[in-house]
Each structure stands twice: as structure tokens, then as C-alpha cells.
Write a protein that binds this ligand. Structure first.
Ligand code: FEO
Length: 405
């Protein structure tokens, strides 16, 4: 057993998770500039002990060592699985083997997943639903079903006596920095980035979960990634807005450009929107961080996509970005397209086809043959003003146009 310092977040409630400073990518997609953490919590009652979630592969020994610093891994009574994804559930077999009496506590859907992924036998699982609770002796764990955040089996656990909410991924942030929210500089942009990457596609289910916990007396939110909120209103306030899909007078411009034509139009669009009072975030897709784009999409009212035509369609980076919009389902209401082509178009048509299922209104497009001149730039500026009007709640929609310079 290694002599870890194990933080006690409340009396007899310990953080026994792991920090992963080296991880740079999640889901083979999302950059993690500050690594991440896999938070697990040991709750020691007078009669029983419960472990809330586990850790990622590679940290199983550290989890057991930390548990043994403040308890005994062979004597865990309950292993509460709020979520079955391996970054929180991969050590289930380790814990269940270490403690022969351990019972896995999860939702009905979670039990199916634990049987499939962790080979937990039915006789060692306890299925719980809304309002069910477990008395550990002076520590009562109450369960709240909160499905589809972001898997179907997800639930929250609430520790009645200490008013601690364990929501697993919900309210998380990918950073290995700090233990508590007030120790982490610029935490809210990290939390927003995480929301955009993980929770934004499920924000309606997130709003339902927020409704379920509304009015609860919560003193600490202890998620499974990132810092613990001992100022819970900080993150609750943001999640109320984000899950409601509240947008600002803001536009994300994401573009690819090979010879500068599309980029010059993007520049004109950015200048127009900014001068109209719209907050703008510009991402050159050749160098952009996907997580930054996801973060800015959380509260942007419009998206401007820029792409030249490359072999009859959009540039592959623009296809990727448009796919992300389809997957992440941001609350943006309006879109515009800027593009250029050398001898035959196709990018605009593909953009329209890919954006159609999102129901984001395409306010207009400027797709030009060759290099933009004064007339084309004037049209980009006009489109920018139309889009700004839409963003500010005024101004008619204009039809998509394709012009030859
Ligand atoms: Fe952090 Fe959905 O796992």
C-alpha cells in the first residue's frame, strides 16, 4: 500500500480518485489540454461502506491503495455505479474480486451493462430506481435516475446527511488541476468545453435532470471529472442556461481555406458581425482545437461555415466540422455559408444537405467563382448584416445565392 494523501471532502467521505496528467485525448477525438481526473468517492457509514464509481484503466492499483489508506478494499459493501463507461466502471471487477461481499448498485439499464461489460453476476447486483436509498449507518445514499447523460443507464447518487450530490459525468470538467472548484483558475470555460463535448447533444435530458434536482439542498457537487464544487451554485447556474439552450448574440465562424479566397470572405464576415455588435469566435479548422469549438457552440446563436470546393464538395475539414454540428446538436438557430471554387462548385450544396437535418436556418450563402472582388465582399458584408439582424432578433431571411465573379 502506498502512503497516499487522501482528501476527506466531508466527515467520512473521501476522494479516492486519480489524476491523469498525461491524457491528451478523449474518445480518440477531444483534446484534453489539462489532462483529466477520474473521481471516485468512499463513503464510510457506521455499519456499511460504499464506493461511488471507480477509475479509468491504468489507475486500478492507485484506487485500491487510496481506499486502503482510509478503509479496507476487502470490506466494501456497496459499489455504486452511476455510469458504466470504462473511465468510471473499469475497476468494477477489481473491487468485486477484492471484496467478496460487495454488491453492485445501479439502474436496471446499468445492470444490463455491468453484466455485459464487467461480467457482474445477477446475484451480486442491486437494481435501484428513483427515490430508493441505502442506509450505511448515519449515511443514507439516495438514488436519482438521470438517464441519457450521456449513456442510457446514468443516475445520480445523493448523500442525504452531508447534502452531497454525486452526478458522475454531469457537471464534470476535463482537468487534472485542483480538488475544489475555487482552486482552479478559469474553471467555467473548461466546464463549458466539457458540456459542449459531452452533454450538449443530450441537453434536453440534462434539462430534465436539472428539473429533478431543482430545490434539493445541495452543499457539494462531486462529479467524476474535474474539481468538486463546494460552491455548487456556480455550476448549477451555468447548467440551467446550457441545458435550456440559451444563446447569446454570438456567432462561431469555422472555416477551411486553401488559397485564401474563403479566408478573405471570413475576414469580411467577422468584421461585419463584430461591427454590428455580435460577439464572434473564428476558428481556422486547419489549426483549431475541437474542444474550443464545442465550448463556443454551447451558447452561440449562429454558425458561419466557410469552405472552398474541393473535388466537388466541401474541404474535408469543413465536412468534419459540419458533422460535428450534426452530432453535438448546438442550440444555434442560424447559419451562413461562405465559399469559393475554381472551376465547378459543390461545397455549398453539400453544406446545405448536411445542415438540413439540424433544422438550423441557413440565412444565406456567398459562393463565388475565383477570388472575391469588391462586389463579392459587398455581398459578404450584406450577408453579415442580415445574419446580425437575425441574431439580434430582427431582419428577414435571405435566399442562398451562388455567384460567378
Ligand atoms: Fe466520464 Fe461517460 O464517462
Amino acid at each position: 500500500m502506498k502512503p497516499y494523501y487522501v482528501a476527506m471532502i466531508e466527515k467520512d467521505v473521501y476522494w479516492v480518485g486519480a489524476r491523469d496528467w498525461n491524457r491528451r485525448l478523449f474518445d480518440a477525438l477531444i483534446p484534453l489540454p489539462q489532462g483529466t481526473s477520474y473521481n471516485a468517492y468512499l463513503v464510510v457509514g457506521k455499519e456499511k461502506t460504499a464506493l461511488v464509481d471507480t477509475v479509468n484503466p491504468g489507475f486500478h492499483a492507485e484506487l485500491c491503495d487510496k481506499i486502503n489508506c482510509v478503509g479496507d478494499v476487502t470490506k466494501i459493501d456497496y459499489l455504486i455505479m452511476n455510469h458504466a463507461e470504462p473511465d468510471h466502471a473499469s475497476a468494477i471487477p477489481v473491487i468485486m474480486n477484492a471484496s467478496e461481499k460487495a454488491v453492485l448498485v445501479t439502474t436496471k439499464k446499468g445492470a444490463e451493462m455491468a453484466a455485459t461489460y464487467s461480467k457482474v453476476p445477477e446475484g451480486r447486483m442491486k437494481i435501484v430506481g428513483d427515490g430508493d436509498s441505502l442506509d450505511l449507518g448515519g449515511k443514507t445514499m439516495r438514488f436519482i435516475e438521470a438517464p441519457w447523460l450521456h449513456w442510457p443507464e446514468t443516475m445520480f447518487t445523493y448523500l442525504n446527511e452531508d447534502r452531497i450530490l454525486f452526478p458522475c459525468d454531469f457537471f464534470g470538467a476535463h482537468t487534472a488541476v485542483g480538488l475544489y472548484d475555487d482552486e482552479v483558475k478559469d474553471l467555467m470555460p473548461l466546464a463549458q468545453r466539457y458540456f459542449g463535448e459531452i452533454m450538449m447533444p443530450f441537453r434536453r435530458m440534462g434539462a430534465k435532470a436539472m428539473e429533478k434536482i431543482k430545490g434539493m439542498d445541495i452543499s457539494i457537487i462531486a462529479p467524476s471529472h474535474g474539481p468538486i464544487y463546494r460552491n455548487p451554485e456556480r455550476i448549477l447556474n451555468e447548467y440551467r442556461r446550457w441545458t435550456a439552450g440559451e444563446t447569446r448574440e454570438k456567432a462561431v465562424i469555422a472555416y477551411a481555406s486553401m488559397w485564401g479566397a474563403t479566408e478573405s470572405m471570413v475576414k469580411a464576415m467577422e468584421e461585419t458581425l463584430s461591427s454590428e455588435g455580435i460577439e464572434v469566435r473564428v476558428f481556422n479548422l486547419a489549426i483549431a482545437d475541437v474542444g474550443d469549438i464545442a465550448r463556443e457552440l454551447v451558447d452561440s446563436r449562429a454558425i458561419v461555415l466557410g469552405s472552398p470546393t474541393l473535388i466537388g464538395g466541401m474541404h474535408p475539414l469543413a465536412i468534419f466540422a459540419t458533422s460535428l454540428v450534426g452530432i453535438l446538436k448546438p442550440p444555434a438557430k442560424y447559419a451562413a455559408f461562405l465559399g469559393s471554387y475554381g472551376w465547378g462548385g459543390g461545397a455549398l450544396k453539400q453544406a446545405q444537405e448536411m445542415l438540413h437535418p439540424t433544422r438550423i436556418e441557413i440565412v444565406g450563402a456567398v459562393d463565388i467563382h475565383g477570388t472575391p472582388g469588391d462586389e463579392e465582399m459587398r455581398r459578404v458584408a450584406e450577408l453579415g448584416r442580415q445574419l446580425a439582424g437575425k441574431i439580434k432578433g430582427a431582419g428577414p431571411s435571405i435566399a442562398s445565392t451562388s455567384a460567378v465573379a
